[in-house]
Design a protein around this ligand. Structure first.
Ligand SMILES: Cc1cc2nc3c(=O)[nH]c(=O)nc-3n(C[C@H](O)[C@H](O)[C@H](O)COP(=O)(O)O)c2cc1C
Length: 210
């Protein structure tokens, strides 16, 4: 196994971090890797918003708690199953880890980004710009992967989180972001557990030749 394979195979989503700060220069090294990720027309639309202040962390926590209560209330009103309640509570557990991580980012893209198809749609040549959203999502993923692999190379842990966005309404408004559309959160820190590798599909299962 070569070095890059090792990094990819050994990386795990980390949900428990040591109460030890991650040195700022290491965080910068990780983020620098994101600047090398590919993007459509090299527009580099991905932005990492570090959520560091107690003010914004507690705003997020409040929004999460309120969103959880709101969903449980709705489930009750809709007469939905106890299983759904368990699921909502599981999503909450998979969200709350973000507050236990020493480093938290909200990750997204500039709302002003124009994609390949935007000009064609504006000119009326195609009905709707159906590509740009997907391109931006892919671009965020590539930038995240760069940061996560560098974290792994530096011996640090990371985890992507989207479960909080099930609960937090209008996260951009909560974080006072006018020019960024948020895709997910990213936690970073020193791992305090060693999760087992989850089962993976075989090549035969993921590759189709036509
Ligand atoms: C788009 C995306 C969203 C995710 N959201 C969450 C989340 O909200 N909470 C969480 O604990 N893990 C989250 N994860 C991590 C996955 O659960 C994890 O990648 C998966 O279980 C495989 O485990 P591994 O990353 O250790 O290989 C997310 C991963 C991705 C790619």
């Amino acid at each position: 196994m070569d070095a890059i394979e090792k990094l990819m195979f050994q990386r795990r989503s980390i949900r428990k971090y040591k109460n030890e700060p991650l040195p700022e220069d290491l965080i910068q090294d990780m983020l620098r890797c994101a600047t090398h990720a590919p993007s459509p027309s090299n527009r580099q639309p991905v932005r990492f918003v570090r959520v560091k202040s107690p003010h914004y962390r507690s705003k997020l926590q409040d929004a999460l708690t309120m969103g959880h209560a709101r969903l449980l209330e709705r489930r009750k009103a809709a007469g939905a199953s106890a299983r759904l309640k368990n699921r909502i509570n599981a999503y909450l557990r998979y969200s709350e880890v973000m507050f236990q991580s020493p480093v938290l980012f909200a990750v997204g893209t500039c709302t002003q980004t124009i994609g390949f198809a935007t000009h064609l749609a504006k000119a009326g040549l195609i009905q709707k710009d159906q590509r740009t959203g997907k391109d931006l999502d892919m671009t965020v993923g590539l930038a995240l992967k760069a940061v996560m692999l560098k974290a792994q190379a530096l011996g640090a842990g990371s985890c992507i989180l989207t479960a909080p966005l099930v609960f937090i309404r209008d996260v951009e408004n909560v974080l006072d972001l006018e020019d960024i559309s948020i895709n997910c959160f990213l936690t970073l820190g020193w791992a305090d557990h060693d999760p087992p590798r989850p089962p993976r599909l075989s090549l035969e299962q993921i590759v189709r030749v036509i």
